[in-house]
Design a protein around this ligand. Structure first.
Ligand code: DSN
Length: 419
């Protein structure tokens, strides 16, 4: 029988060639962007399934189209598994992305113009946490807290003062580029003092919470947790809003019909699969290994020449100041490492004097490398390559040789979903 991929090869060789090229890129290099990962073969199967053909506006048992007996099963499975994995009362698995899930929370629980207290973009917050260039930054009154210039910790005196002064309706913690864990109890105490809803954007570390390797905000009484499904959770691209029952109806109405139309049922099937995987003992081991690898890589980089924002990591990522470490801006550092088949991403650092496309740092993370089976001893080798390349950015022969070494090394580690 002809497989779907064989049809693609025969009938659209241009797309097929790009797909094969990307497969080989993912196989032969080391993926260190902290928000990327390798998903499971079962997730790829669900994503490429006939669920992509189906419209399912509404929710299980209350749809606007017929033919929903299997989509209802799938969405109920995904919701129930999400509630079990994250120990929460309600789950909405329909958001198409991380931005949509955060927008759904703000638009569902607040009124335009309401105040939200959240982390500043250059200190690690996400665009949807109120960056002035985002629509959310225009629609709501965001007040932004920053981190301590010396140790990178969150200054809770400042957060409390801002909360007392601005009376936010929502207090948001969570990050896209911050290498430390969160003091949920401290955030909750401040929110309670001013009557704010508590929300964590756990997109980066959702998988580490699911795997019990990092703290769960619901254990501290948080109201809402959002997470993308494709980062440390290792699922398809998508988002989830998890919340207490009292917010369930507002959240569901906000996602549909407030913000979105038809959910992507193939992605929801893949989220269900992802959450079954997240309940297995192997996933807990994976989550712990992600943290051990990050800790080792951070230490090994700092033992060489690297300066890391906050002086290390508590989670899966580190933010390297490439200007002070190597005299390179983040764009050049990213390009140098790309030449050696080591993929990172340029990143602004706290109060970065440089613009976002030429920032002062890069982000490095371990979820994808760990998914391939890399362990602490491999992190020592990665640190050595990263340091050597960034010390010698003009040495084309060295970069080419390192690329060969990296590709040989990577052959030992099968890529989930590909092999
Ligand atoms: N793009 C994601 C990240 O890389 O962290 C956040 O949206």
């Amino acid at each position: 029988m002809t497989s779907n991929l064989e049809y693609l090869e025969q009938n659209d060789p241009a797309v097929f060639a790009a797909l094969k090229g990307e497969e080989e890129r993912q196989r032969s290099g080391i993926e260190l962007i902290p928000s990327e990962n390798y998903t499971h073969a079962e997730v790829l199967a669900a994503l490429g399934s006939v669920f992509t053909n189906k419209y399912s506006e509404g929710y299980p048992g209350r749809r606007y189209y017929g033919g929903q007996e299997y989509t209802d099963q799938i969405e109920n499975l995904a919701r129930d598994r999400a509630k079990a994995v994250f120990r929460c009362e309600h789950a909405n698995v329909q958001p198409l992305s991380g931005s949509a899930m955060n927008q759904a929370v703000y638009l569902g629980l607040l009124e335009p113009g309401d105040t939200i207290l959240a982390m500043d973009l250059s200190h690690g917050g996400h665009l949807t946490h109120g960056a002035p260039v985002s629509h959310m930054g225009k629609l709501f009154n965001f007040v932004r807290y920053v981190t301590d210039p010396v140790d990178g910790s969150i200054d809770f005196d400042q957060v409390r003062n801002d909360a007392l002064a601005h009376k936010p309706k929502l207090l948001l913690c969570g990050y896209t580029s911050y290498p430390r864990d969160i003091d949920y109890a401290a955030f909750k105490a401040i929110a309670d003092e001013v009557g704010a809803i508590t929300m964590t954007d756990a997109s980066h570390f959702g998988g580490l919470v699911a795997g019990d390797a990092m703290k769960n905000p619901f254990d501290f009484g948080f109201d809402v947790v959002t997470t993308t499904t494709h980062k440390s959770l290792r699922g398809p691209r998508g988002g989830m809003v998890l919340c207490k029952k009292e917010f369930a109806s507002k959240i569901d109405k906000s996602v549909f019909p407030g913000l979105q139309g038809g959910p992507h049922m193939n992605a929801i099937a893949a989220i269900a699969v992802t959450l079954l995987k997240a309940q297995q003992p192997e996933f807990k081991q994976y989550a712990q290994q992600v943290l051990r690898n990050a800790s080792t890589l951070a230490t090994e980089l700092m033992n060489r020449q690297a300066s890391l924002v906050t002086g290390g990591t508590d989670n899966h990522m580190m933010v390297m100041n490439t200007m002070t470490s190597y005299g390179l801006d983040g764009r050049v550092a990213e390009e140098v490492l790309d030449q050696a088949a080591i993929t990172t991403n340029k990143q602004i650092i706290p109060d970065d004097p440089n613009p976002p496309l030429r920032p002062s740092g890069i982000r490095i993370g371990t979820p994808a490398a760990t998914a391939r089976g890399m362990v602490e001893s491999d992190m020592v080798q990665l640190a050595e390559w990263i340091n050597t390349c960034l010390r010698n950015p003009e040495d084309q022969a060295l970069l080419a040789k390192t690329r060969g070494d990296v590709e040989d090394f990577c052959r030992q580690f099968p890529v989930p979903g590909l092999e």
